[in-house]
Design a protein around this ligand. Structure first.
Ligand code: PEP
Ligand code: MN
Length: 341
């Protein structure tokens, strides 16, 4: 809580406020300004009742300064969160590349994509089994069959798999079949789902909503952390703006802002951010340059025949090129692009 004193508050009045705060068991920090004095109160776990000091002489107003998210910020933990999924490190010095098709379409398509991704050096394989599509007539994903195929391809290739959950049923399946549970942009503020996903105990890849503010984004992460699951990967996937030549606008500035505010790893998704294959590589480069801990991109063996997001899916050779370029950039930025064992 912050206590603002009137311009003509006396030293004695300020001292009385400080004593009142301290006798209640909190710390008071007197911040003398050019025209008036403010007193910051810390040491409280829960929001303070302003009545503590409201009526004391010289007090003009009080307001809360406690952020609604505590666990997600560096106030709670100053060092970066680093964890592993299988043999892949997320956060810290290592960059992580997540790639794969938008959707799991068939066994053949998934296995081919996985082989290509693995050969390119990708760390985590992505693939949606539950697809939240704009049109109810578009391909909705293979559901449980898709999740099972992901588990099979993980066992075959050794690459941990990431897949989106949309409801209780898919959360239960993801808990059984996948390594990282993805919360899509449309569900970033589905708080019940966030809690359910957190309770799987698996790392959660949390995508930013298309119109989510910084505070809402971290607030969503807070829901997962508050369930006792500390393995959260934030993902900036573009926000909605007036700009009409791309699907969304990659909000790159949120990357360094999150890195300063939060200890959680953050990656970007240049595929959904741009909706354009030709922009994926430049935006991936820019993301890493801005301090992102990795990128997630879509790739398809035959983008023209993809059942979803073909326009933004890389051809496999483009993925190879992206890995090569990010690998070259990494050391310049003090990062490492680990090779798959
Ligand atoms: C996805 O990554 O498959 C996806 C649907 O992305 P988003 O939730 O960011 O739209
Ligand atoms: Mn997609």
């Amino acid at each position: 809580m912050m206590v603002i004193m009137s311009r003509d508050a006396t030293d004695e009045q300020i001292e009385t406020v400080v004593r009142r705060i301290e006798s209640a068991g909190y710390a008071a920090h007197v911040l003398a300004g050019a025209t008036r004095t403010a007193i910051a109160v810390t040491g409280n776990r829960d929001p303070l009742d302003p009545a503590l000091v409201d009526a004391l002489p010289g007090v003009v107003e009080t307001f809360r300064i406690t952020r609604p998210f505590r666990l997600a910020t560096r106030d709670a933990r100053s060092e970066d969160t680093v964890f592993t999924v299988g043999d892949v490190t997320i956060g810290g010095r290592d960059l992580v590349i997540v790639a794969g098709p938008c959707a799991v379409e068939s066994r053949e398509q998934l296995f081919d994509s996985a082989e290509q991704a693995k050969a390119a050096g990708v760390h985590l394989l992505r693939g949606g089994a539950y697809k939240p599509r704009t049109s109810p007539y578009s391909f909705q994903g293979l559901g449980e069959e898709g999740m099972k195929l992901l588990a099979e391809v993980r066992d075959r290739t050794g690459m941990p798999v990431v897949s989106e959950v949309v409801d209780e049923e898919s959360v239960a399946l993801a808990a059984k079949y996948v390594d990282v549970v993805q919360i899509g942009a449309r569900n970033m503020q589905n708080y019940i789902l966030l809690k359910r996903a957190a309770r799987t105990g698996k790392p959660v890849l949390l995508k930013r909503g298309v119109a989510a503010t910084l505070e809402e984004f971290l607030g969503a992460a807070e829901y997962i952390l508050a369930e006792g699951n500390s393995r959260v990967i934030l993902c900036e996937r573009g926000v909605r703006t007036f700009s009409d030549f791309t699907r969304n606008t990659l909000d790159l500035s949120i990357v360094p802002v999150i890195k300063a505010l939060s200890h959680l790893p953050i990656i970007t998704d240049p595929s959904h951010a741009s909706g354009r294959r030709d922009l994926v590589l430049p935006l991936a480069r820019a993301s890493i340059a801005a301090g992102a801990d990795g990128v997630m991109v879509e790739v398809h063996t035959e983008p023209a025949r993809a059942l979803s997001d073909g326009f933004q899916s890389l051809y496999p050779p483009q993925l190879v090129e992206m890995m090569r370029e990010l690998g070259q950039m990494a050391p310049v930025l003090g990062r490492r692009l680990p090779r798959r064992p």
